[in-house]
Design a protein. Structure first.
Lengths: 900, 614
């Protein structure tokens, strides 16, 4: 960007080419009043408040739309423009009928501030009267409310919905003084295309749009804002928790524009999903189960009991009879302490967490192919990619804010998005091409795509030659996998596969995005290896805007893996089976460590059945809803000799516990989360934890101490310092460095800037390794009795087992219960109406849930979200495991649908 | 169809000759306005002519042609008979027999149907003052050709200028000629068309668009409609030249949906032009390709503003966007786009055929060519009039328009539609062009010209126009959305007699701020009627405020109908009163119940004895 020097109000300042007067002025600390400006939006020049005089122009211009040029002379404070500005403010106040005293925005409202500065006449402000409003599109909506009386018609809500969210749910209706914001045809918000992201609220310059939950809980000026990281998906949006210190209550979420990685954008969960923090159902005191009933206990009682029972079991059945589930929801510090406890205090490697259920195959596969099991590139790069290949990721629903970047790339940068997904997911609206492979046939599809690329000579020969090994294995493996071979397996026409392959292979920078559609299969590791093969084949690794990008599902699933909450590796992916590693950690931790890798999540549950597992300790995990084949899982939870559950709610799993330990939530503790792009970001305490709840790491330390292993840290920061000392990829991470913006690992030392994208000059393992992958069908095939393929997943509004998201009134109203998606033709054949309750069954169980009749899924396939305890999809899913990663096959099993 | 395609200029002129040749047998043509006059039964008249001519076996030698607007709408339905050039008005089917036997068969003029001036019949159209004082060159073909027959247009030389241009002239030369000719945009602002084209031509990008703004929204203005309905090929020809000059291959015509006949005629014209290879690929063998589609607007006034129009074309709510960027660099779909109004495009073939010098010899120093006005209001000959730039109001109102009916006094004329300004009688002899109007506080706008006489209240008229523009405010920018509403409220109060003197200064202050601060032309011009009437008719405002009277008797709240003692008790007022509030015995002074009076003024109009005051 070229430097531009110009003069404003007699002061010489410098801006950059392409900037507007307003942008340059703000950058230079000069405020020009504005109300319709939001840096995320295309300037609209609507409010006219930023009118300025520019020498040589015959009329005043809006600073927000007028570009700067060299030598320009601008006056933003002349008598004329100040006069006009005052007129405009007075006009706005004849329209704005709000009373500041009862407005949530009181104290942070620019309109209010300018009214003071320009001394808008009392006569005009005095005219403001609260008026009775007719129903509008938000009437009855529990997420947000629109007050046309406070609206200044700046259009920011409509523009952000259109330009950033690309949801186009909002519009203006009527003209002139009757202009109001509404939805298409004025339909109620929840029936429109609105995704409840609440971006409209975030950009509203007055209090015209506000969270209904927050109304009256504290005006802006009375709230404390704590910058932290969102506790939902792995995108890691930076979020400000607005809390009322007088009531110790969470009030609302905000996010400042310009921030990494979310630029002020939040999704429905980040905006409306934190009511759970204030919930009356939060655990506030330890519970001990006596005679099948929970009784409140003191910390000493509970901790003593846990320490004693674990010690007993260890003594009687050996360390390996105890297993621990750490948590992708907890901080890096919690996870580090927990796995250290299992390894150093218990003396086993039986520690795992729900990454086993989502990206275990990613870690296994990508380490084999590249040497590092994480997202190779960064979120921001999606908006500049030439092509984004999305396979098995419902990006807009599972990673909504990341999807904004992909959509931005399509709309504003001409990127081509190509999608392979069994369902017609929302992102298809933005795609160049969508193909729907039958669930569980990804290897066949990917091999066919690579067959086309090789047979048409579209591979990147130089990259293959310079950067990879074992290419011949791939050539051999896909030689016969022609599109015609794949067509009957995947149900995708051969020519579509060809066209798809060509779009990908001819892109200058192509990025692959995948998620659980790839990983949650008994062939999950194979799927990941195939994705890696494709990226290397086309030279799309190690460069900006390319890469293999597994999107991590939970806020800190990346961090929990990084910190060694896995049975085979110490923090920093250092194998437990390598002697030198063990020696290093034994020395660091001053303890004898187990030389053999431990059991995984599902294996631990299965271990209860034969008595090899006697004691289980869950920190923030809920296998009673999240694990496959729930009947079997729940039986193990019932049967296990001793179960400790440490959580913020009495979850489905906690019900089975012998001891329940109340923990603080993310809003009540300090720490760090690592997001999907490997960025370690701060989590900060905004509230005091409820009742006697304690931080997770503190509880674990308390137990360790009682078991004779001294473990204490001054604070969370001290834990991070210990991590930096023994996990090289976190070597340079410390709180003082990530106070403002997080760092992306590998960050090897205090001077290392972090790593934007991996494998730049060489792969972590040296050369990228091709693998020959053969297509294997899912473990369970459709049959006469179970004729459908059931696939499961997330939906936008809920999160995981719903423990947090279902506590939100806004979300509960929008998405109150589960459902099964079934194709229109199948529903017709079975006589099933949309919304009608049906029985869905597999050989393992059955659930009753409403049918959602749709054309976004093919005939013969059905889909269920897994969040709902009243209709748990995992009653039906199969616990067949990937042989390498031990991830269960959530994404394909045989099922039946019956009218009831 | 392939053989129909015109491959060169020679082909086109040959075709014109062939068409003339084929009409050799035609002895007479009966031209019937089938656009505006249709509302008054022109269709029945046309059918009657066809039937009767056929019955008289004259259908081979006499052609009945359904034409566009002939212009003198006050006399509708109009029938023009060639070659006699006699214009008959107010024709009904029952008159047809007589016209055929007298005029068509014998060439006799029927005085009872022709225009009367000073009580004397004027036989030939060219002698009628309404036409004699005009310079109908853009409207030349309107009312003379069948707009649904491209052959009619080609016979009159249609497309020759365009084909010549695209086969023989460099685009830059065309633009230079246009600049030299001084053609200014007829949509209102009067920006030099050639410069606009130049910007679009110079804007980087291969994909460029051409848009014809046919969203004629000013109430009362209908010149664009008349052109599209009566001579669509002239507009298409102009667009073809523009497309070639700026390098656009795709054109859009944005026509308001309220103009179904215009839409129909343009669509027919596009199809026929394509068949002759005058639109589409490789036009007239030039290698240049251009095609055109019609899009309909949904009735928002603001969509006549070019950026709002583009938004509407893109499927968005029609709301203006700030300029720069101008459409020339970033318009439809973000591509360089040139937008001109219908009348501007219709001028282009003339510029080319007359040459820049010829064209610029018409008009004033800075405003060249002719301008079409839609003459309406308190004037005898309402209709479309085309005069050279620089004509005076007096020429238009008195010489062409025939003056004010009922011997009333001219009070003022609103120029430029609701966004325009009101010009008082003292400027009747001021030459009218873009710049002089601006000076007087009005605008050329689309060319609406509403004549007002002593019965027009200037406060009410300002309120009336502002009411229109304010309700058409798109709601985007604050000054226009809220400011015009505030002004309107104040005007309404003044009309009710509730104004304060300080309101007038406040109206001026607010009006000036709205002009300066509004985003688009709508808001920037909306205060014009108020500001101009305040400038020229401030005393009327003061009367409303101080004396609570409306001298024109328009502002009802200020009127109090009182029956005076001079009443002779004729009972006429009692008879016309629609709400029966007048009582009184015959030959006795009547009384009027003030409380129930709806102030319709019927009694006042009816009383021959000036016995009712208001």
């Amino acid at each position: 960007m070229s430097e531009i020097k110009f003069n404003i109000n007699g002061k010489q300042i410098t801006g950059s080419g392409g900037q507007t007067i307003l942008e340059a002025a703000l950058d230079n600390g000069i405020e020009i009043p504005n109300l319709c400006h939001d840096p995320r939006l295309v300037p609209s020049g609507a409010c006219r408040l930023c009118l300025v005089e520019v020498e040589g122009l015959n009329k005043d211009v809006t600073a927000c739309t007028h570009k700067i040029s060299d030598g320009m002379v601008v006056s933003s404070e002349s008598e004329e423009v100040r006069g006009i500005r005052k007129t405009i403010l007075e006009l706005l106040f004849t329209e704005h009928q709000g009373q500041c005293a009862t407005c949530d925005d009181n104290g942070e409202c620019n309109l209010q501030r300018y009214a003071y500065e320009y001394q808008v006449s009392d006569e005009i402000i005095g005219q403001c009267q609260p008026v009775e409003h007719a129903d509008n599109y938000t009437t009855g909506n529990k997420a947000l409310e629109y007050d046309p009386g406070k609206c200044i018609r700046c259009g920011r809500c409509i523009r952000i919905c259109d330009e950033v969210q690309m949801d186009t749910a909002l519009t203006f209706m009527n003209r002139a003084g009757k202009t109001e914001v509404t939805t298409a045809f004025e339909m109620p918000l929840n029936e429109s295309t609105c995704e409840l992201c609440g971006q409209c609220i975030s950009t509203c310059p007055t209090g015209a749009l506000y969270e209904r939950y927050a109304k009256g809980k504290g005006a802006c000026q009375d709230l404390k804002r704590t910058m932290t990281t969102c506790a939902y998906c792995g995108v890691g949006c930076r979020i400000e928790l607005n809390t009322n210190t007088k009531t110790n209550q969470y009030v609302r979420s905000t996010s400042p524009v310009g921030i990494i990685p979310n630029d002020g954008n939040l999704c429905v969960k980040g905006r409306f999903g934190f009511e759970f923090v204030n919930s009356d159902e939060r655990l506030t005191t330890p519970l001990i189960k006596r005679d099948g009933k929970f009784e409140e206990a003191t910390w000493d009682e509970a901790l003593d009991l846990v320490a004693n029972r674990l010690s007993e079991i260890k003594a009687k059945h050996g360390a390996d009879s105890i297993g621990g589930l750490s948590s992708a929801k907890c901080t890096n510090e919690d996870n580090y302490v927990f796995q250290k406890f299992i390894r150093a205090v218990i003396g086993t490697n039986n520690v795992d967490h729900c990454a086993r259920l989502c990206h275990a195959s990613t870690v296994a596969g990508l380490i084999k192919a590249f040497g590092s099991g994480a997202m190779t590139n960064s979120i921001d790069e999606f908006k500049k990619a030439d092509c984004v290949f999305v396979i098995g990721s419902n990006t807009t629903e599972a990673h909504p804010v990341l999807a904004l970047k992909i959509k931005d790339g399509v709309v504003n940068n001409g990127a081509r998005v190509i999608i392979a997904d069994p369902r017609e997911i929302d992102l298809v609206r933005f795609s160049k091409m969508h193909i729907s492979q039958k669930p569980g046939t990804d290897v066949a599809l990917l091999n066919a795509i690579m067959n086309v690329i090789i047979s048409e000579g579209l591979e990147d020969k130089k990259f293959i030659e310079d950067r990879t090994e074992d290419y011949q294995l791939l050539v051999e493996a896909v030689k016969d996998c022609t599109p015609e071979w794949a067509e009957p397996i995947t149900t995708i026409p051969a020519d579509d596969i060809r066209e798809f392959a060509r779009i990908f292979a001819t892109a200058s920078a192509a990025s692959i995005v995948y998620s659980m559609g790839i990983t949650q299969h008994s062939t999950g590791t194979d799927n990941v290896l195939s994705v890696a093969n494709l990226a290397m084949l086309t030279g799309n690794v190690g460069r900006e805007c390319t890469g293999v990008n597994p999107l991590r599902g939970q806020n800190n699933v990346q961090g929990a893996c990084d910190l060694g909450a896995l049975p085979n590796v110490y923090p920093g992916y250092q194998s437990v089976e390598i002697e030198a590693n063990k020696d290093k950690f034994e020395a660091a931790w001053n303890a004898k460590l187990s030389p053999t890798k431990g059991q995984t999540v599902v294996e631990l549950m299965h271990g209860v059945e034969d008595g090899s597992i006697r004691g289980l300790y869950f920190m923030g995990e809920n296998p009673a809803l999240s694990d496959p084949n729930l009947n079997r899982t729940r039986k193990s939870l019932e049967d296990v000799e001793f179960l400790v559950v440490q959580d913020i709610f009495l979850t489905e799993s906690a019900q089975y516990a012998d001891v329940v330990l109340p923990a603080t939530s993310f809003a009540e503790k300090d720490g760090t989360f690592t997001n999907t792009e490997r960025r370690v970001q701060r989590v900060r305490k905004a509230l005091d934890g409820p009742g006697n709840s304690r931080d997770d790491w503190q509880i674990v330390c308390d137990i360790a101490n009682r078991m004779g292993y001294p473990m204490s840290f001054a604070d969370a920061s001290a834990i991070t310092d210990e991590i930096a000392g023994i996990s090289p990829i976190y070597g340079g991470i410390s709180y003082d460095r990530i106070d403002d913006v997080g760092l992306q690992w590998p960050c090897l030392d205090k001077n290392h800037p972090g790593t934007k994208f991996l494998h730049k000059d060489g792969f972590s393992r040296g050369k990228g390794k091709f693998h020959a992958v053969k297509f294997l069908p899912p473990k369970e095939r459709e049959s006469k009795d179970y004729p459908f393929v059931l696939t499961t997943g997330r939906q936008l509004y809920q999160f995981h087992t719903g423990t947090m998201s279902r506590k939100s009134s806004a979300i509960d109203q929008k998405s109150p219960t589960g459902y099964v998606e079934i194709n229109t033709a199948d529903a017709k054949r079975l006589g099933i109406e949309d919304g009608e309750k049906v029985e869905v069954s597999s050989i393992r169980g059955k659930v009753v849930t409403p049918a959602k009749v749709t054309d976004t899924i093919n005939t013969g396939w059905i889909f269920m979200p897994f969040h709902y305890h009243e209709a748990p999809a995992n009653m039906l899913t199969i616990d067949a495991l990937d042989p390498v990663a031990k991830i269960p096959e959530y994404k394909a099993c045989a099922a039946a649908v019956k009218k009831i | 169809m392939a053989e129909k395609k015109i491959k060169s200029l020679g082909d086109l002129t040959a075709l014109a000759g062939k068409i003339s040749e084929s009409k050799k047998n035609i002895k007479a043509r009966v031209l019937i306005c089938m656009t505006g006059c249709r509302a008054l039964g022109a269709e029945l008249v046309a059918n009657e002519f066809r039937e009767k001519l056929s019955a008289a076996s004259l259908d081979d030698s006499v052609e009945v042609v359904e034409v566009g607007c002939i212009g003198m709408c006050a006399m509708a339905p109009l029938v023009l008979i060639e070659p006699y050039d006699v214009l008959y008005g107010k024709i009904r089917p029952k008159h047809v027999d007589e016209i055929i036997s007298a005029t068509i068969e014998k060439g006799e003029i029927l005085d009872k149907f022709v225009v009367k001036e000073d009580g004397k019949p004027v036989a030939k159209i060219s002698d009628v003052s309404f036409y004699k004082q005009q310079q109908r060159q853009v409207l030349g073909n309107c009312g003379r050709i069948d707009p649904r027959q491209i052959d009619d247009a080609i016979e009159k030389g249609g497309y020759v200028s365009a084909v010549k241009a695209i086969t023989e002239t460099a685009p830059d030369q065309i633009i230079e000629d246009l600049i030299k000719a001084g053609l200014r945009g007829r949509g209102g602002a009067g920006f030099p068309a050639g410069l606009k084209w130049k910007f679009a031509r110079q804007a980087p990008g291969d994909e460029k668009y051409l848009i014809c703004n046919a969203d004629e929204g000013d109430p009362g203005a209908f010149m664009d409609r008349a052109l599209l309905e009566g001579d669509p090929h002239k507009v298409i020809e102009g667009m073809l030249v523009a497309a070639y000059a700026i390098g656009a291959s795709h054109g859009l015509m944005y026509v308001r949906a309220e103009y179904p006949i215009a839409v129909e005629h343009v669509k027919i014209a596009i199809v026929q032009a394509r068949e002759y290879g005058l639109l589409g690929g490789d036009i007239a063998g030039s290698g240049f390709s251009f095609d055109l589609e019609v899009r309909m607007g949904a009735g928002a006034f603001v969509c006549g503003e070019e950026t709002a129009l583009i938004g509407s074309l893109e499927g968005k709510r029609g709301m203006p966007t700030p300029r720069p960027p101008f459409p020339a660099t970033c318009g439809y779909k973000g591509k360089p786009t040139n937008i001109n109004n219908v009348e501007t495009f219709a001028n282009v073939p003339l510029v080319l055929s007359m040459g820049p010098d010829g064209y610029s010899s018409i008009g004033t120093e800075k405003s060249k060519g002719t301008k079409i006005f839609a003459l309406a209001g308190k004037v005898k000959n309402t209709g479309l009039v085309e005069v050279p730039m620089g004509a005076t109001l007096r020429q238009i109102v008195y010489e062409i328009g025939g003056g004010i009916p009922d011997k009333k006094e001219f009070k003022g004329a609103q120029l430029g539609g609701p966004s325009g300004g009101c010009i008082p009688a003292e400027y009747l002899d001021y030459p009218i062009d873009y710049d002089s109007l601006q000076e007087l506080g009005a605008i050329m706008g689309s060319g609406g010209l509403i004549v007002m006489d002593e019965d027009t209240c200037m406060v009410d008229i300002a309120r009336y126009f502002l009411d229109f523009t304010q309700s058409e405010s798109c709601g985007k920018c604050t000054p226009c959305r809220v400011g015009t509403a505030k002004m309107l409220k104040m005007l309404e109060a003044i009309c009710r007699g509730e104004g304060k003197e300080s309101d007038l200064d406040e109206l001026e202050r607010l009006g000036e701020d709205i002009r300066k601060a509004s985003l688009c032309g709508l808001g920037q011009t909306a205060p014009n009627p108020v500001l101009s009437t305040l400038r020229y008719f401030r005393d009327e405002y003061l009367e409303h405020i101080r004396e609570k009277t409306c001298r024109s008797g328009v502002c009802k709240d200020l009127l109090h109908y009182v029956i005076l003692d001079v009443c002779v008790g004729c009972g006429a007022c009692k008879k016309v009163c629609p709400v029966d509030v007048i009582a009184g015995e015959k030959k006795q002074v009547h009384t009027l119940d003030q409380d129930k009076c709806i102030k319709c003024g019927q009694c006042y109009q009816t009383c021959k004895f000036k016995a009712i005051s208001r």
